[in-house]
Write a protein that binds this ligand. Structure first.
Ligand SMILES: [Fe+2]
Ligand SMILES: [Fe+2]
Length: 253
């Protein structure tokens, strides 16, 4: 068990079990196990493993065994995002994940429409996938715009000011919890649409007769969903709860 994971566990030992989101914060390798079992660690990451497994009809002991097996392996060089300053983390999310979305959307938007047009007669689920992806694209662009224009600059200034002993900035939205609640609801909506796309595409498995565009589309959608999971994980499980704590601390000071 890593030092970091031990710390988090110590904090929770007298209270309640770790949530799946907290497990991923402590060791990102665990995300792969959750992904394998279709366990949501980003939008729905605030629940303990047992509860999440029960809802999905999975034996929690089987999952726990795989998670424990990871603890026996030497920790890889991984980035400990939970140790980063919040302004640095906000910049990283924009540079890595928002940029990825912006760069992927035009190609995916075109490809979902094209594959639905060409193969929609024989595979009507492609038409629904194109419609759902269109919603994801529109919603995510507005969502990231709000984060980049309002929420992230506030969090970054708050972190930098407190570090430099300056007073906290005055939020225009009352408390940071208000926009965060809205962002989390939007994450859930985008995550839900991607989950539906995954279901309609049978876990992004192209049929035997699929052409190259069809295969590329499913592979890219799979990659897009995985990136979205990590993106939302960094916001829901690290950036947002820490910003709320930091803001509360600044009021108390
Ligand atoms: Fe974001
Ligand atoms: Fe977000």
């Amino acid at each position: 068990m890593s030092f970091q994971e031990e710390n988090i566990i110590n904090l929770h030992i007298a209270e309640k079990p770790l949530t799946v989101g907290e497990m991923v914060v402590a060791d990102y390798r665990k995300a792969e196990v959750f992904r394998k079992y279709g366990i949501d660690y980003c939008c729905g990451g605030k629940k303990p493993l047992e509860e999440t497994c029960r809802k999905k009809g999975i034996d929690p002991q089987v999952v726990q065994k795989e998670l424990d097996a990871l603890d026996m392996l030497p920790a890889e060089e991984q980035q400990h995002f939970d140790e980063w300053a919040l302004d640095m983390l906000a910049d990283y999310i924009v540079e890595r994940h928002h940029r990825y979305v912006v760069e992927s959307l035009p190609m995916l938007y075109e490809l979902t429409a094209k594959v639905a047009r060409v193969h929609g007669d024989r595979h009507p689920e492609l038409v629904e996938i194109a419609r759902l992806f269109d919603d994801v694209a529109v919603e995510l662009q507005m969502h990231m715009h709000k984060e980049e224009r309002m929420l992230f600059p506030y969090i970054s200034t708050l972190a930098a000011n407190l570090r430099e002993g300056k007073p906290a900035p005055v939020p225009v939205f009352g408390s940071v919890e208000n926009p965060i609640r809205m962002m989390e609801a939007e994450h859930e909506s985008a995550g839900g649409n991607m989950e539906e796309i995954r279901r309609l595409s049978s876990d992004y498995t192209p049929p035997a007769d699929a052409c190259t565009s069809y295969r590329v589309l499913f592979a890219k959608l799979d990659e897009f969903e995985q990136d979205l999971h990590q993106h939302v994980h960094l916001e829901n499980n690290i950036l947002f709860p820490k910003a709320i704590q930091m803001e509360k601390g600044s009021f108390a000071a």
